[in-house]
Write a protein that binds this ligand. Structure first.
Ligand code: ADP
Length: 302
């Protein structure tokens, strides 16, 4: 097979590991920088130009689209979909997962456990206190809708702090989510790596002393863990609800069971492979092989 890793950063650990896994399983692998792709539109013949010339046919793509280039990256992924190239993440699923609110809405309908969350416009008569009360009162977590890597996630311990933080974001014309604070998570979260409806690795990330955010980018550290059956099921359900075949599902442990924070469509391989020792990159390639084989056998007798 000929498999392309769509990545703007060929030197990244995740890109390199995927390429290595593609090669080690006997396939042809290339890194294609989606930012250098052009989408060619003409009746009946969708194609992708790469660095000025038409890309040789591909069997599959593994999109690794950064948050800052979601729109362009997804346009390229969509074009490959139009060309019937198999993708480990559909463009629509990537777009959906990139919006925290949209994801939470979809997950809520699917019955996945979530922290109580409210989204509202700046109240006309200024009753921000009511928003804070809707999620049970302080402490609350206030999240910028488009934040990543823990930036734009604020813990407000008092009503005053919550009110002024929300006002500050509204003043900057930013939309925010106000969420109940899950104190019993104790600054740790769980990341389950789901491939093709199966958890292939899981880790617990712990924030540095005094930090409620466990993001590795904020200095947190990670250890491998065995998920409980409820955690495993929640991660699988969350990935399925968002239509993601490869997903990093972030959860908090709470008194009422696992609660999903976010589902990542381009989850990094570095943290999870180092923590678990598992070969997650090969799991992704094996999943592609199985899907393509299944599609081929579907064609028999057509
Ligand atoms: P980002 O997408 O920027 O990583 P998250 O919503 O995942 O934002 O939040 C970052 C971190 O903050 C989480 O990994 C978790 O450790 C902590 N956190 C987020 N929301 C809550 C919450 N409601 N209660 C407790 N801790 C939280």
């Amino acid at each position: 097979m000929r498999i392309a890793i769509l990545s703007a950063k060929p030197d990244l650990y995740s890109t390199q590991r995927l390429l290595e896994a593609v090669h080690s399983r006997g396939h042809e692998g290339i890194v294609v920088n989606h930012l250098n792709c052009q989408v060619m539109i003409e009746g009946g013949r969708p194609s992708v130009l790469y660095e000025g010339r038409e890309l040789d046919p591909l069997d599959a793509i593994v999109p690794r689209i950064g948050a800052s280039v979601t729109d362009y990256g997804c346009a390229v992924v969509r074009q490959f979909e139009m060309m019937n190239v198999f993708t480990t993440a559909k463009s629509q699923a990537i777009t959906r997962s990139r919006n925290k609110l949209r994801s939470l809405q979809v997950l809520s309908k699917a019955g996945v456990g979530l922290p109580k969350t409210v989204f509202a416009n700046h109240p006309k008569n200024g009753d921000i206190t009511q928003l804070i009360q809707l999620v049970g009162g302080p402490p609350v977590v206030i999240k910028l809708l488009e934040g990543t890597q823990g930036i734009g996630v604020v813990l407000a311990e008092t009503n005053k702090a919550a009110k002024s933080t929300i006002e500050a974001f509204y003043g900057l014309k930013k939309h925010v989510l106000v969420q109940e604070f899950i104190a019993e998570a104790q600054g740790a979260d769980l990341r389950a790596f789901v491939v093709g409806g199966r958890v292939v690795g899981a880790m617990k990330r712990q924030g540095v002393e005094g930090e409620f955010r466990s993001n590795l980018h904020r200095g947190g550290n990670a250890v491998a863990i065995q998920l409980t059956p409820a955690e495993e099921q929640t991660a699988i359900d969350a990935a399925r609800a968002l239509g993601l075949k490869v997903a990093g599902v972030d959860m908090l442990s709470s008194e009422r069971g696992p609660l999903v924070l976010e589902v990542n469509s381009s989850p990094g391989l570095g943290g999870i492979e180092k923590a678990t020792g598992a070969d997650i990159a090969s799991e992704i390639v094996i999943y592609i092989e199985e899907k393509i084989k299944a599609d081929e056998s579907d064609m028999v007798g057509v």
